[in-house]
Design a protein around this ligand. Structure first.
Ligand SMILES: [Zn+2]
Length: 208
């Protein structure tokens, strides 16, 4: 992701539009004049905050005229559009955030206690499985995140074209950066799934 971003950070868009300007244009053309665009610190920390209804862009995206910056800025606007249009996966993701937050804190301690004390009583094995259920819920959260992220990128590319922000010859830069970002979410899901299977195998083996 970082490498692809670096590569296209030096490919400046022909129209010399910054990430913030591109985001502003798409928000306005979709009737979202009320959504502000703020500058935040950090590298690739860009996000859309649904609670405050704010698009936050990092320095290297906000003021940069590269195809990479425009791609990322428009992806965050894609999230704002998802909330504005009540896109179902984003609503599901939002709804399960509280459970995921509690579950992700409890899952590993419960699994460890359950495994360590499993030989004492069947109660602890049940405890380990409750921990695994919590962990499975966080894996499910990663699964729901994937279509949300892919859809935000799809909306970004559609809006870039509809608003004529990049020429057809330049759009590949934005596309490559967004594809690299999508891969990080695929990797997170794969890791979570792998860990879930490992926990199931460990607790299953202890039971026998
Ligand atoms: Zn995103």
């Amino acid at each position: 992701m970082n490498k692809t971003f670096e590569k296209y950070q030096s490919q400046h868009s022909i129209k010399r539009i910054t990430g913030a300007e591109a985001a502003r244009r798409i928000l306005d053309s979709n009737g979202l004049q009320n959504v502000p665009i703020d500058l935040i610190t950090g590298n690739l920390t860009d996000n859309y905050d649904p609670t405050a209804n704010v698009v936050r862009l990092s320095q290297s995206v906000y003021n940069n005229t590269s195809t990479a910056a425009i791609g990322i800025a428009c992806h965050e606007v894609g999230h704002a559009l998802q909330y504005a249009t009540n896109y179902p996966p984003v609503r599901l993701r939002m709804a399960i955030i509280p459970v995921t937050r509690i579950g992700s804190r409890l899952s590993v301690p419960l699994i460890i206690i359950g495994i360590l004390l499993g030989s004492l009583s069947y109660f602890f094995t049940v405890l380990a499985y409750i921990g695994i259920a919590f962990f499975a819920q966080s894996t499910f959260f990663q699964l729901v995140t994937l279509p949300v992220e892919l859809n935000a990128s799809k909306r970004a590319l559609q809006q870039i074209q509809a608003n004529g922000l990049l020429y057809d010859s330049e759009i590949q830069g934005a596309k490559d950066v967004l594809n690299a970002a999508a891969l990080t979410y695929v990797a997170a899901l794969a890791l979570s799934l792998n860990q879930l299977i490992r926990f199931l195998l460990i607790v299953g083996r202890r039971r026998r």
